[in-house]
Design a protein around this ligand. Sequence first.
Ligand code: URA
Length: 266
Amino acid sequence: MSLDAVSAAELIAWYAEMGVTEALDETPHDHFAAAPEPARQPVARPVAAAQPAARRPAAVAAATPPDEAALSARALAREATSLDELKTALASFEGCPLKATAKNLVFADGNPAGKVMIVGEAPGADEDRAGVPFVGRSGQLLDRMLAAIGLTRQEHVYIANLLPWRPPGNRTPTPQEVAICLPFIQRQIELVDPDILVCVGGPSAQGLLGVSGILASRGRWMEYDTGRRMIRAIATLHPAYLLRQPLQKRLAWRDLRTLKAALAAP
Ligand code: URA
């Protein structure tokens, strides 16, 4: 099929809109058809299942069993005793379908010894290409926001995402994708053990803090249980949202001042 220049430009624009942002080859390949069956992951057995039925807590016995991928994620995450091990575990995990369409695993950036851990939603196209979180336009805004309160990712801040793989076309992750990846980011927070957790954007706040409605829940101190201790946590607006709604930067600025005051307090 040959196209005139206008139709070809329209077709390319439509592809870009649908999330097809990279030309890899002259002819299309169905990578899903070609891909081998994903390796089965070890499936964790809930601790309660190993107990005699009579001693099993009623809530656990009655709960709907989480699906196999989420159980497998939980088992792998729990086994990792360092960030390096966790990254290796994630790289070998085949339970999340986003891995098949992403170019790179986007694990983290910044200083794991910093006092603040920031968790965004999921990598975008730039992050997927670089394998590093928040390096695109919203990442540059995030760096400027942090610099405004004297923080840098090199020294003070560790950055990760709720999901370590890019959803195609930057679509919002499905609840199932979030449920599958959640044990990994929870373990990452536990291993980093920051003083303060900052969730940027609604999906991060909902996934980690259980709050919905980012405009209503932002700027309030909450508690997050790392698995070892309770830490302070706060939700704020996502820089990508601020790029679209610059007037809302005043709210983000309030949240940043709240964060700065907490860091300065003894
Ligand atoms: N948005 C996110 O939530 N995370 C990134 O890493 C980039 C953009």
